[in-house]
Ligand binder design. Structure first.
Ligand SMILES: NC(=O)c1ccc[n+]([C@@H]2O[C@H](COP(=O)([O-])OP(=O)(O)OC[C@H]3O[C@@H](n4cnc5c(N)ncnc54)[C@H](O)[C@@H]3O)[C@@H](O)[C@H]2O)c1
Length: 326
């Protein structure tokens, strides 16, 4: 049966892929975004208006509860995927607005879902709620490990997790949170962690790239995998109200990424440096994952090799259509 889903931030990077995936599944999608046009959705789905099942685009602010509620009623929305949010650097450059849009924005979405009696809200938290590996005992980091956010962005997401838990208890609100790590893929333009995607864009469209951080590791998380997670989180019968998953990626080094690029494009000139990205120094490498792996097994199909290959292919397609916008 067709389900109507409102995707906040649905024209942004992850939102565009989520929107496309839900449409492919036959769902109706209402995109709610302060910039619904001239955004990643235009790059990913340039011909969407000519398709039978085009997303409905609505422009607005995430803290505007009246508008969200009236859109839910107008379009018979049954569930929300909430992705509209400032990113780390937005909160650094404008803390008051950043905290407001993350915390009040998420509260507005949760309260709208409660008032409109929606089935579920799927929303994006971040591994930035955690500190560095040195803050925790050795071994995999548990889902309920204490939060030690290194910055206001992580602290704001941490508060949202508390909201989700509390509204599950007091209102029975059904929310599923995904603590994402470093999401990459074609079209990513915003945020501090844009450079893994930019490396792949340059590998796809030029003859030479520089890989700066040699042996340093990060959790590479392909955006199609995240889109698959959003679908599972929306449609699975019962996952646990208010639960937030450690939805980590494939923990690999930049050198591994360089080797994959070389295997996919042997003629590419790759210079590897051994700089350290201080923002990711000491990052947690090992997350406790039994519950995530059990509930999201079907989405775990994107090791770094597959994700990089798909990203290069998608960038080439985008470059052929709209080179100036990459
Ligand atoms: N990209 C990552 O690596 C990553 C990692 C962890 C968590 N997340 C979370 O995933 C979600 C999506 O991230 P993304 O990478 O797609 O970001 P993005 O910036 O590409 O997309 C966010 C979208 O939200 C919209 N938006 C921002 N503020 C808004 C507001 N006040 N009102 C209405 N719309 C607004 C923007 O126009 C944009 O289209 C966010 O919640 C982010 O915190 C992302």
């Amino acid at each position: 049966m067709t389900q109507t889903v409102l995707v906040t931030g649905g024209a942004g990077f992850i939102g565009a892929y989520v929107t496309r995936r839900l449409l492919k599944e036959g769902m109706r999608v209402v995109v709610y975004d302060m910039q619904p046009r001239g955004n990643v959705l235009d790059l990913l789905m340039p011909d969407r208006e000519s398709t039978r099942n085009a997303p409905i685009l609505e422009s607005g602010e995430i803290t505007d509860g009246f508008r969200l509620l009236s859109l839910c009623r107008q379009h018979n929305v049954e569930a929300i995927v909430h992705l509209a949010s400032p990113l780390t650097m937005d909160v650094v450059s404008n803390p008051a607005t950043g905290i407001r849009d993350i915390c009040l924005g998420t509260h507005t979405v949760f309260a709208t879902a409660r008032e409109a009696r929606l089935k579920r809200v799927v929303w994006a938290s971040s591994v930035a709620i955690f500190g560095t590996a040195a803050d925790y005992p050795p071994g995999p980091l548990a889902e309920d490990a204490f939060h030690r956010p290194p910055n206001l962005y992580g602290a704001a997401k941490s508060l949202c997790e508390t909201m989700a838990r509390q509204m599950a208890e007091t209102d029975g609100l059904d929310t599923i949170g995904l603590r994402l790590s470093v999401v990459y893929g074609a079209g990513r333009r915003r945020g501090y962690m844009t450079y893994p995607s930019a490396l792949m864009r340059d590998a796809a469209t030029t003859d030479a790239v520089v890989v700066r951080f040699g042996d340093q590791k990060l959790h590479w998380q392909y955006v199609e995998e995240v889109a698959g997670m959003a679908l599972v989180a929306l449609t699975a019968p019962q996952l646990g109200r208010g639960h937030v998953y450690n939805a980590f990626g494939d923990c690999r080094s930049w050198r591994d990424a360089a080797a994959i690029l070389r295997s996919l494009k042997p003629e590419l000139n790759i210079a590897i440096r051994d700089e350290i990205d201080e923002a990711l120094a000491g990052t947690v490498e090992d997350y406790a994952a039994e519950r995530f792996v059990r509930d999201f097994a079907s989405t775990r199909q994107w090791p770094l090799e597959a994700g990089i290959k798909d990203t290069l292919d998608t960038y080439r397609t985008m470059a052929a259509r709209t080179p100036a916008q990459l």
